[in-house]
Design a protein around this ligand. Structure first.
Ligand code: HEC
Ligand code: HEC
Ligand code: HEC
Ligand code: HEC
Ligand code: HEC
Length: 459
C-alpha cells in the first residue's frame, strides 16, 4: 500500500538524519534553503508541491462532531490557541512590521499551519492583531487537519513537515493500524507515535543565521527519556480509557489531546480553567527543592545556605520553549522567631523578578552584545542558558548577614516559581494590565534552623 511505501522511505530519511545528528552538535545545524521551495523562510511543504485550497480542510468542529472528547480537550489547549494567543499576535505584528513582512510565513507556518499552506493568512492579518479580549475564530491554530494530514517530515526544525494533498479524498493519518471511519479514510502513521512528530515545530532555528532559538525536541533527544523510549506523547498525550470517536470501539488507551504544558496564563485568559489545572498539575511534577547545606544561623554572623533544584519530571530542560519568556526561579525568605523577615531574594518587583534572583532562563544577545528581551529576530547568539537538564539538577547558594537583633529559631522558605513570561513582557506587548500573568508555584521547601540555640537562650 502506498502509505506504507511512503512511511518506509520516511524511516530511511530518519535514519540518515539521525546519523547526522549524532556527529554534528545540534547547535550547528543550519537549515537547508533548498528544502523551502513553497513558503519562504518556513520549511513546510505539501505532497503535491502546491498550495492546498482552503476548502480541502475541515474546521475542527466538523471533526469534533464524531471525535467529541478529543475535540473538547484540544479546544482548550494552547495549540488550539496558537493563532489567537494575544501575546503571539502582538509579537507577530511587531516582527512583521519590523521586517517588512519577511518573517510572516516563518511565524505562521507553526502557529497556523493550515492558514499558511492554504494561503489564507495575509500580511494584513499578521500586522493587525485583534482586541486582546475578543479573539478571532476564523483562522485555526494548530488544528486537527494540521497534524492529521502530516505524512512525512523533511527535517527536524522550522516546520519541516509535509502536509499530504489528498485532493478530494479525505485521508487522515493516525496511530492505529485498524481504525476505520465512515467519514474519511485512515492510514497508519508511525510518525504520529514518535517525538519526531513534534520536532518540526518544537525546534525553532533563526531562519537566516541559524541560532537555535527553541530546542525542546533536541533537549528531549539528548535526555535519558529518549533512551528509555519515553516520547513527548507519553507525557503530553497520555492514554486514557474511552472512545476516540462516538461510533468507534472502546479503547483502553485513547490518546488525550490536552497538550498541557506550563502556560496557565493564556489558558486562564481564555477561560480554559480545566486545562490550566492540568498544566498546574504537570508543573508540580516537574521539580523538587532540597536543602543541601547550611551554616549556623547566628545573630550578628554570616550565613550560607545551599539548595538543590532537580528537574524530576520534564522530558526536556526546565523551563523549555519560548526563550524570551519562560522563567523558573527561587523565592527565598528567612524569618526569625518574632516573624521578622531577615532576608529575602526572588520577589517580583515592577513586573519582573528582582535583580539578583536565582533563576533558570535563557539570555539572548544581539550583534552589539546587548541582551534582547523582546525582538527575537534580532538575535545573533545565545548569551547564557542555565535551565536545568532533564533529570539534571542545579545548586543554588545564598549568602547573607543575620542581624544582631534577630531571634532564633529561623524559618527558611524556598519557593520554586514558574511563569510563561513576565508581567513586564506582557505589559510591553499588550499595554499595562491587559493580561494578568500568573505566578505558579512548582514546589515549596520549608525548614526551621537554630532551634537548639533558641532553647539555650530561653534557659
Ligand atoms: C462521521 C464521524 C467522523 C468524523 C466527522 C471524523 N471522523 Fe475521524 N474517525 C471516525 C471514526 C469512527 C474513527 C475510528 C475510531 C477508532 O477506531 O477508534 C476515526 C478515526 C480517525 C483517525 C485515525 C485514528 C487512528 O487510530 O489511527 C484520525 C487521525 C481521525 N479520525 C481524524 C479525523 C479528523 C482530522 C477529522 C476532521 C477532518 C475527522 N477525523 C472527522 C469518525 C469520524
Ligand atoms: C499537535 C498535533 C495534533 C493535533 C492538533 C491533533 N492531533 Fe490527534 N493525534 C496526534 C498524535 C501525535 C496522535 C497519536 C498519539 C499517540 O499515539 O500517542 C493523535 C491521535 C489521534 C486519534 C487517535 C486516538 C486513539 O488513541 O485512538 C484521533 C482520532 C485524533 N488524534 C483525532 C484528532 C482530532 C479530531 C483533532 C482535533 C480536534 C486532533 N486529533 C488534533 C496529534 C494531533
Ligand atoms: C505545526 C506545529 C506544531 C506541531 C506539529 C506540534 N506543536 Fe505543540 N505547539 C505549537 C505552537 C505554535 C505552540 C504554542 C502556541 C502558543 O503558545 O501560542 C505549541 C504549544 C504546545 C504545548 C503547550 C506549551 C505551553 O507553554 O503550555 C505543548 C505541551 C505542546 N505544544 C506539545 C506538543 C506535542 C507533544 C507535539 C507532538 C505530538 C506537538 N506539540 C506538535 C506548534 C506545534
Ligand atoms: C517525562 C515527561 C515529559 C516528556 C517526555 C516531555 N515533556 Fe514536555 N513537559 C513536561 C513537564 C512536566 C512540563 C512542565 C514543566 C516545564 O515547563 O518544563 C512540560 C512542559 C512542556 C512545554 C511548555 C514549556 C514551558 O516551559 O513553558 C512544552 C512546549 C513541552 N513540554 C513540549 C514537549 C515536547 C515537544 C516533548 C518531546 C520532544 C516533550 N515536551 C516531552 C513533561 C514532559
Ligand atoms: C518552528 C515553529 C515555530 C516558529 C517558526 C515560530 N514559533 Fe512561536 N512558538 C512555537 C512553539 C512550539 C511555541 C511554544 C513553546 C513553549 O511553550 O514554550 C511558540 C511560542 C511562541 C510565543 C509564546 C506565546 C505564549 O503565550 O507564551 C510567541 C509570542 C511566539 N511563539 C511568537 C512567534 C513569532 C513572532 C514567530 C516569528 C518570528 C514565531 N513565534 C515563530 C513554534 C514556532
Amino acid at each position: 500500500m502506498q502509505p506504507y511505501v511512503k512511511l518506509f522511505s520516511v524511516t530511511l530519511l530518519w535514519v540518515a538524519a539521525h546519523s547526522v545528528l549524532a556527529s554534528t552538535p545540534v547547535e550547528q545545524r543550519i537549515i537547508d534553503e533548498a528544502l523551502t521551495p513553497l513558503f519562504g523562510l518556513h520549511r513546510a511543504t505539501t505532497s503535491s508541491g502546491k498550495v492546498i485550497p482552503e476548502h480541502q480542510f475541515d474546521k475542527a468542529q466538523v471533526c469534533g462532531a464524531c471525535h467529541t472528547d478529543i475535540y473538547r480537550e484540544w479546544r482548550s489547549s494552547m495549540m488550539s490557541h496558537a493563532w489567537d494567543d494575544p501575546i503571539y499576535r502582538a509579537l507577530l505584528a511587531r516582527a512583521s512590521k519590523a521586517t517588512g513582512g519577511e518573517l510572516d510565513s516563518f511565524c505562521t507556518g507553526c502557529h497556523t499551519p493550515t492558514g499558511l499552506v492554504s494561503g489564507k493568512v495575509t500580511t494584513a492579518d499578521n500586522q493587525n492583531p485583534p482586541d486582546v479580549h475578543t479573539p478571532e475564530t476564523d483562522m485555526p491554530g494548530v488544528d486537527c487537519e494540521a497534524c492529521h494530514n502530516i505524512n512525512a517530515i523533511s527535517g527536524l526544525d522550522n516546520g519541516a513537515y509535509v502536509i499530504n494533498d489528498a485532493g478530494t479524498a479525505k485521508l487522515k493519518y493516525g496511530p492505529r493500524q485498524e481504525a476505520s471511519s465512515p467519514y474519511h479514510q485512515t492510514a497508519y502513521s508511525e510518525l504520529h507515535t514518535d517525538s519526531k512528530m513534534c520536532a518540526t515545530c518544537h525546534n525553532v532555528t533563526h531562519p537566516t543565521n541559524g541560532v537555535p532559538v527553541e530546542r525542546t525536541y533536541d533537549e528531549w533527544y539528548e535526555s535519558p527519556y529518549r533512551q528509555a523510549g519515553i516520547d513527548c506523547q507519553d507525557c503530553h498525550m497520555k492514554g486514557t480509557p474511552g472512545k476516540s470517536a462516538i461510533m468507534g470501539p472502546d479503547r483502553p488507551d485513547r490518546a488525550t489531546h490536552w497538550f498541557a504544558g506550563g502556560n496557565t496564563t493564556i489558558l486562564e485568559h481564555f477561560g480554559r480553567t480545566e486545562n490550566a489545572e492540568n498544566a498546574r498539575q504537570l508543573l508540580r511534577t516537574s521539580a523538587t527543592v532540597e536543602l543541601i547545606d547550611s551554616s549556623d544561623l547566628e545573630p550578628g554572623g554570616h550565613a550560607a545556605v545551599t539548595f538543590k533544584v532537580t528537574n524530576t519530571g520534564a522530558g526536556h530542560k526546565l523551563p523549555t520553549g519560548f526563550p524570551e519568556g519562560r522563567e523558573v526561579w527561587l523565592d527565598f525568605a528567612v524569618t526569625d522567631a518574632d516573624g521578622k523577615q531577615i532576608y529575602r531574594l526572588g520577589q517580583v518587583k515592577d513586573g519582573k523578578t528582582e535583580p539578583g534572583t536565582k533563576n533558570f532562563m535563557v539570555k539572548l544577545g544581539d550583534k552589539d552584545g546587548k541582551k534582547v528581551e523582546v525582538e527575537v529576530w534580532r538575535i545573533t547568539h545565545i548569551m547564557s542558558d542555565n535551565r536545568i537538564l532533564p533529570k539534571g539538577h542545579a545548586m543554588v547558594d545564598y549568602r547573607f548577614a543575620v542581624p544582631r537583633t534577630a531571634k532564633p529559631p529561623f524559618e527558611l522558605r524556598a519557593t520554586l516559581h514558574y511563569w510563561p513570561f513576565s508581567q513586564a513582557f506582557a505589559d510591553e506587548l499588550l499595554g499595562p494590565g491587559e493580561i494578568d500573568v500568573i505566578v505558579e508555584t512548582i514546589t515549596e521547601f520549608t525548614t526551621t534552623l537554630g532551634e537548639k540555640r533558641a532553647e539555650v537562650a530561653a534557659r
